[in-house]
Design a protein around this ligand. Sequence first.
Ligand code: HEC
Ligand code: HEC
Ligand code: HEC
Ligand code: HEC
Length: 496
Amino acid sequence: MKLKQFFEKHRGALLWTLFFTTVVVVFLLGLLAASINERRAEIATLFNNKKVEIKGIEARNEIWGENYPREFETWKKTEETGFKSKHNGNIEQDVLEMRPDMVVLWAGYAFSMDYSAPRGHYHAIEDVRRTLRTGSPMTDTEGPQPATCWSCKSPDVPRMMAEIGIAGFYSKKWGAMGPEIVNTIGCADCHNPENMNVNISRPALIEAFLRIGKDVEKATIQDLRTLACAQCHVEYYFKGDEKYLTFPWDKGMTVETIEQYYDSIGFSDWTHKLSRAPMLKAQHPDYELFLLGPHAQRGLSCADCHMPYKTDGAIKYSDHHLVSPLMNIDRTCLTCHRDTPEKLTGYVTDYQDKVLEIRDRVEKELVKAHIGAKYAWDNGANEKQMEPVLKLLRAAQWRWDFAVASHGASFHAPVETQRIMAHSLDKSYQAQLEVQKVLASLGVKGEVPTPDISTKAKAQEYIGLDMKTLREKKEEFKSVMVPKWIEKAKAGKKLI
Ligand code: HEC
Ligand code: HEC
Ligand code: HEC
Ligand code: HEC
């Protein structure tokens, strides 16, 4: 009643407030558009004053640096590893050490060996070489991974694709491309040197868009400021024996429609070692989830927060130091929001804390479900009995991974991320109930035994990994193969 009276009394004022707020929002978005157009003129000047002529796919970032020193110097800062926000930042963090349950969730899959939080683009090559996930291939034909694993690490990837064909590239082994893929994520991944426009260099994005009737060529500048990132920060899988990099968007970009796509082609990334469920591994669906959040729906692009403008005298340019926007609140959030930096950081960490609260619950329950399923198998369960358990486990873990693997999602799309987590928790419990039914029908009484998985090492031992051998082989690979690759690349002038 009070509220109603208040509203009636202040109706006029409230409507005016609404009106002015709308005007301000429209004005701000207008400013954004105007400033982007003004930027085109500046870019043209810059382009006309370039020092070296860059032709074709130039993967060596240093060459571009001669023409565009500001962008190059800020790009180089992605090497820094000193920033830590409450839940992210650019420092290295061993996630399995922090959350050993994840070792069990990924049992039988390479992620159970090694998984660290992402760092800056500068480290992409170094990190993919040294992770245990890529194994220790000492020849061009040894596995375990295909060359597809290089796809989101380097501008040498489009360079090689132009040389040996797209399918030709994917169907090679990862080790075979070692001496070629040597420059980290850089200019040619996102730019056409002929005009410095933002350019989509990765066929997987172009192909996925074509299949759903969209044309990357028709994207606006504002779209490209997001699509440049959507070349890599997306969900993907390796299709068929060719290991052809494919984005699973044919039925839509949500967690459910992507799952439908995978189900319809009978795809699984691996079979879980304990529960034997046919699992899906979510990669990093940053783009797909971002689209469902409030900022994307108001027309913002990734670059608006992750590549804010910087000034150098009269020159305004895009900061190429891609990092957490919380590192530069004055140039990111504060360009649009009138709030204190503390409050703005608080909005972000609040959303994150709430999602992570549920995430921690989900991980515990998922682990119980996998271990319960193993116990049922150990007690003589058959495929038919286990079918509902395995189906639920696949669906529950897919949802958990989708929401967690996108490190920014809890801020980019808080409501959607919570929704996905809630379904994951629900399905994890359902899976446990189904396990109980199977155990009851087998006449197994008592609790499912709980192993000690309180540290990364203990969890890895429990799932049967021989970490010592894996590490020794990796050390040999790093001391023998990597220097050879680098030497060969330098001799061929592929690396400066
Ligand atoms: C991950 C993608 C990405 C990478 C890598 C990248 N850029 Fe950019 N670059 C962008 C985006 C997005 C813009 C903003 C374009 C716009 O708003 O029109 C931009 C803008 C520019 C501009 C126009 C002027 C400005 O600063 O806004 C130049 C010049 C430029 N980049 C140079 C480089 C150079 C040199 C490198 C390598 C050292 C590089 N870029 C690497 C995405 C990238
Ligand atoms: C060619 C593939 C590729 C493109 C294009 C790309 N990224 Fe990345 N990005 C990566 C990889 C790989 C990592 C992880 C690197 C590592 O940990 O070694 C990463 C890491 C990041 C991080 C984490 C940095 C940190 O400090 O922890 C942010 C933020 C990020 N990218 C934002 C973006 C944005 C925004 C765009 C578009 C403007 C973009 N990326 C374009 C591949 C890409
Ligand atoms: C409205 C601002 C905003 C926009 C737009 C935005 N992000 Fe973010 N992003 C954030 C914030 C805030 C975080 C959380 C940073 C933290 O916790 O330190 C984040 C986190 C991330 C991270 C994890 C960083 C880390 O340190 O591990 C990645 C990767 C990322 N964003 C990529 C993207 C991509 C790709 C897009 C576009 C599809 C995008 N972001 C659009 C604000 C934004
Ligand atoms: C380019 C402008 C722009 C930037 C940069 C920006 N925002 Fe926003 N933000 C918006 C707009 C527009 C809305 C929607 C406002 C509305 O409809 O009332 C919004 C909405 C929000 C909301 C409310 C979300 C909801 O659930 O509706 C929060 C919280 C927020 N922003 C925080 C941030 C933070 C934190 C950053 C920096 C990491 C940031 N924003 C960067 C423009 C921006």
